[in-house]
Design a protein around this ligand. Structure first.
Ligand SMILES: Cc1cc2nc3c(=O)[nH]c(=O)nc-3n(C[C@H](O)[C@H](O)[C@H](O)COP(=O)(O)OP(=O)(O)OC[C@H]3O[C@@H](n4cnc5c(N)ncnc54)[C@H](O)[C@@H]3O)c2cc1C
Length: 439
């Protein structure tokens, strides 16, 4: 026999105490003061992923204000997000946290953090707000299953509970309204293990194919390891798919070499655009790096000729090292030596002796250095692309179009953003809307 929690009150349950669930619980209680609002979280504490986000500093939202511009940062979900984002835009999110006693700061790249650089403060503010409103919080409580309360006496009555939550402990909780905020399945150690996909399916939904997004790339070439840690502030990166279509995705911005390949904001953005592209050792994708995106090849050549003339007695390696990091200059010249089958290694040549062919080969390397991609940083992705299809959810309310009384918010939905606070922003906005509309 199952234990069943007795109740009489209208009950709204929120499953998952992450960013979306915390905000949903707040707005649900604010708008339904007489209802029992119950937040269920399987971890021993709330907001595990929020706490570790942004390297523990929590990039809580973006400093970009115009909603139309904010929405450009979602490879999937930007149209769907319009209502939620207009209702709770980044400026309102910032005001909300500051009003709750968490001062924020906006960094030069528009990322917004708590002044304390501590994600605990963000979760702490939400927790205090929920306690003040008397939201019932149950941590260390895992939901095992959710079903419709069909064929029960209760379900046939008006205002009777519509859903039955079964906990791992075997306890059963009937509820009137349900908000699913169980997140994706990235960084599973934080508790986001994709349980919500099965809950959504059990309640009639399909799941759009899942894929890792915001990940690093592993290169077939081993030499990036020698450049590990070297970063570039403004490069243009082009991803060319491994399929016959040669689909291309482009992104400009910062990136860095790692001991396995490439990472950094522009790489994360490319990985999001190419989230559904398959590539492997047998069938690699390619990436072309333009280290001088603001200069065409002709202008770059003019600049380089000028540098060579002014330093004619110096070695090519020394002068190339004036415009790119020395280790990259070494790599480019050793590749050049091999490709052009030079008798004298390129790094030993004096600037005055550089042939047109040699110079133009170097320029091609600087404008489109090619690497082969054989994988993504496994288990290191920040978010999950795919999830509950947006066509099955009303963007004005976050309510299911399939199962009335069921709402969704956060990463469980088929929404994902670039780095820069956009994923948390989507969770705050969809969580707030689901909470507000759920009554
Ligand atoms: C390392 C890392 C750094 C990041 N940094 C940033 C950043 O700086 N800025 C940014 O905008 N985004 C960042 N993100 C992404 C962002 O954190 C997520 O997109 C966001 O937290 C998703 O919120 P959510 O509420 O949908 O899901 P989550 O925050 O994942 O919360 C889901 C919650 O549901 C609970 N749960 C799951 N199943 C059950 C169950 N069966 N029963 C009960 N509870 C359950 C989980 O324990 C979890 O606490 C980062 C992600 C990672 C992994």
């Amino acid at each position: 026999m199952h234990k069943s929690t007795s109740f009489t009150q209208h009950t709204i349950a929120i499953i998952g105490g992450g960013a979306a669930g915390l905000m949903a619980a707040y707005f649900a209680k604010l708008n339904n003061t007489d209802a029992r609002v119950l937040l269920i979280e399987k971890n021993k504490y709330l907001g595990a992923k929020v706490i570790i986000s942004g390297g523990g500093r929590c990039n809580v939202t973006t400093g970009i204000s115009p909603v139309s511009e904010v929405l450009r940062n979602y490879p999937r979900g930007s149209d769907f997000l319009r209502t939620a984002m207009n209702a709770f835009p980044p400026t309102s999110v910032q005001n909300w946290f500051e009003t709750q006693g968490v001062p924020l700061k906006t960094e030069a790249d528009f990322r917004v953090f708590p002044v304390s650089d501590d994600g605990h403060d963000i979760v702490g503010a939400l927790e205090n707000a929920l306690q003040e409103l008397q939201v019932e919080i149950r941590c260390d409580t895992a939901v095992a299953e959710i079903s419709h309360m069909i064929n029960s006496e209760d379900a046939s009555k008006n205002n009777s509970p519509k859903f039955l939550i079964k906990l791992k402990s075997a306890e059963e909780i009937p509820v009137h309204k349900l908000i699913l905020t169980t997140g994706g399945n990235a960084y599973r150690q934080t508790g986001s293990t994709g349980d919500g996909y099965a809950f959504a399916q059990a309640l009639g939904h399909t799941i759009a194919p899942l894929a890792p997004s915001l990940s690093s790339f592993i290169t077939a070439e081993k030499w990036p390891t020698e450049l590990s840690g070297i970063s570039f502030q403004q490069a243009k990166l082009s991803f060319i798919s491994a399929t016959a279509t040669n689909q291309k995705f482009e992104r400009s911005g910062p990136f860095l070499f790692t001991h396995k390949g490439l990472t950094g904001p522009a790489i994360f953005a490319l990985s999001a655009m190419a989230a559904y592209e398959n590539f492997s050792t047998e069938n690699p994708a390619r990436i072309l790096i333009d280290f001088f995106p603001d200069m065409n090849s002709e202008k770059l050549e003019e600049d380089i000729i000028d540098k060579f003339e002014k330093n004619s007695s110096k070695k090519l390696l020394t002068v190339l090292g004036f415009i790119v990091p020395h280790r990259l200059a070494e790599k480019i010249l050793s590749e050049t030596t091999a490709s052009l089958r030079l008798k004298i290694p390129a790094h030993q040549i004096n600037c005055s002796e550089v042939s047109r062919q040699l110079r133009q080969h170097i320029i091609r390397q600087l404008k489109s250095l090619e690497l082969h991609l054989i994988g993504r940083g496994a288990g290191e992705e920040f978010v999950t692309a795919g999830g509950v299809p947006l066509s099955e959810v009303d963007p004005k309310t976050m309510q299911s179009r399939i199962t009335p009384g069921l709402y969704f918010a956060g990463e469980l939905l088929d929404i994902d953003g670039f780095t820069g606070g956009f994923n948390l922003q989507a969770s705050w906005a969809t969580g707030a809307l689901a909470g507000e509309k759920c009554h």
